[in-house]
Design a protein around this ligand. Structure first.
Ligand code: AMP
Ligand code: ZN
Length: 498
């Protein structure tokens, strides 16, 4: 088997993966900012890294997978401007900021579970690591790369850039970055336009604040990931991931902070996932084009023609390489639904093959070699920077062979017993373990649909006879089970599972 190659944003090339410690991998992924529901774009990034995590485990690595929860310090603007997202939402919803954090963390976990993503091995929160962030900011000051102005600590980008190229991750020069940034206003306390806050002074109105050597305040968003990755993975670790939108500022600042603090480049392989788009526009909260996962699962979003299951959506994402953009549409989801059904049926068919052995039967060598080649390609494609799309293409080439064996147009013994066994195990480990797909039990779904329709009909008849006790009983008891009945146009009813 070939070596695993990973596209490293830092070198802009595919590099052979060599972990710092044999058989162990340290993986850090920037987690969600839990001030609102995650949209499908966020999910794409988390699902991509779930598959990367699963594949590393499949290769036999012991992975320490750290994905944080950003529950403090994330301001509306990337460059220390605007309100704190949690305080703003807390005021809006009339809740404590930590109630906001709890509500959306629970929601995030629920969505991740529906998508069958594995939990990280450590999920640290920013609020749980204030001391570590203060300590790191202090060390950066002591090393001469940060300064304090009236209770706020800023990182001195220009000073840092004299020794290390600040824009190294996205290959940009400081002059170009400066050109793209607005001039400092008269009120600005920063020395340089690109300087960013490690610690921010909090006014009395600020709901989340902690004591520090510089007065009451809260940490900047970037220092959070530097402090937590160092704590759990060390001053240098193997892989750091996140969406591509994080590279230019958040991850650029993470490198500068760690370098200024510990004099080492923190990450060996920087991995960035590309964006989920809607009609070519990046899905985001600010663009207002965000689909919530539950809107997909229930089909309640006005732009959706029907509901799509979590596995359908997961499969849709797997069909595109993680570094390519992926455009979201009804047509693409429906095609993915058909594709998954066809593939899963073939997988189950193949799992049922019971090869009696090849004793006196003649193996079709060309066919046997073709199947072997395609099956062995799964690992090759994944080793080529986790190319899930190519693995699926190889799997789809195997589907007609499996179906022909099922229809008996090809004899099972045209393949060797070993080839069939390999086909069975590789399909299983890829579809279930690496890709994290699960069977959608269509038979159960169809039965539930039938039972629901029966209840809706009985309720309609009861209402027709003015038997409201029965109709209310049906509605209320379904509600207690988490199933909501909705009146549709033309007197029709539909139902939703919460
Ligand atoms: P946030 O909660 O905004 O900090 O984002 C969580 C993760 O989702 C980050 O890694 C982002 O880069 C990623 N992300 C945000 N929008 C998209 C999108 N449209 N497609 C893919 N990933 C995204
Ligand atoms: Zn981060």
């Amino acid at each position: 088997m070939s070596d695993l190659k990973i596209y490293n944003t830092l070198s802009r090339t595919k590099e052979t993966f060599e972990p710092l410690t044999k058989q162990h991998v340290g993986l850090y992924v920037c987690g969600p900012t839990v001030y609102s529901d995650v949209h499908l774009g966020n999910c794409r990034t988390f699902i991509s890294f779930d598959i990367i995590y699963r594949y590393l485990r499949y290769l036999g690595y012991k992975v320490r997978y750290v994905r944080n929860i950003t529950d403090a310090g994330h301001l509306e603007g990337d460059r220390d401007e605007g309100d704190d997202k949690f305080s703003k939402k807390a005021r809006l919803e009339q809740l404590e900021p930590m109630e906001i954090v709890q509500k959306y963390t629970v929601g995030f976990h629920k969505v991740m579970e529906l998508f069958n993503t594995l939990p990280p091995t450590i999920e640290p929160t920013a609020t749980g690591h204030i001391t570590e962030q203060i300590r790191m900011a202090q060390q950066i000051i002591d090393n001469g790369y940060a300064y304090v102005v009236d209770g706020t600590v800023y990182f001195d980008v220009e000073k840092y850039n004299k020794e290390k190229p600040y824009g190294i991750l996205t290959n940009r020069k400081l002059e170009d970055l400066l050109e793209g940034t607005r001039e400092l206003g008269g009120q600005d306390e920063k020395k340089g336009r690109l300087d960013f806050a490690l610690w921010i002074k909090a006014g009395p109105e600020h709901l989340m604040q902690w004591p520090s050597p510089w007065g009451m305040g809260f940490p900047g968003w970037h220092i959070e990931c530097s402090a937590m990755s160092e704590k759990y993975l060390g001053k240098q670790f193997d892989i750091h991931g996140g969406g591509m939108d994080l590279a230019a500022t958040h991850h650029t600042n993470e490198i500068a902070q760690s370098q200024a603090c510990y004099h080492t480049s923190p990450v060996r392989y920087w991995m960035h996932t590309n964006m989920l788009t809607v009609n070519g526009v990046r899905m985001s909260k600010s663009a207002g084009n965000g689909f919530l996962p539950e809107e997909l699962f229930s089909g309640s979003h006005p732009l959706l023609e029907k509901a799509y299951s979590p596995m359908n959506v997961r499969f849709f994402m797997l069909q595109t390489h993680y570094r390519s953009t992926l455009d979201f549409s009804n047509e693409a989801l429906q095609a993915a639904e058909k594709g998954l059904k066809r593939l899963w049926e073939a997988y189950e068919t193949a799992a049922g093959f019971n090869h009696p052995g090849n004793d006196d039967k003649i193996i079709d060598a060309a066919l046997d070699n073709k199947v072997l080649k395609l099956v062995n390609e799964f690992d090759e494609h994944m080793n080529d920077d986790f190319n899930t799309a190519r693995v699926l293409a190889s799997m789809f080439e195997l589907v007609p062979v499996i179906n022909s064996i099922k229809d008996k147009t090809i004899a099972l013994q045209a393949l060797s017993k070993e080839t069939v066994a390999l086909l069975q195990t590789k399909f299983k480990s890829y579809l279930e373990d690496v890709f994290g797909l699960k069977a959608v039990n269509e038979a159960d779904n169809a039965k539930l649909q039938g039972v629901m329709q029966l209840l809706i009909d009985i309720r309609k008849e009861a209402k027709g006879k003015k038997d409201f006790a029965t109709s209310d009983k049906i509605r209320n008891q379904l509600a207690a089970l988490g199933i909501t009945l909705k009146d549709e146009k033309g007197g029709e009813m539909s139902w939703n599972v919460d």
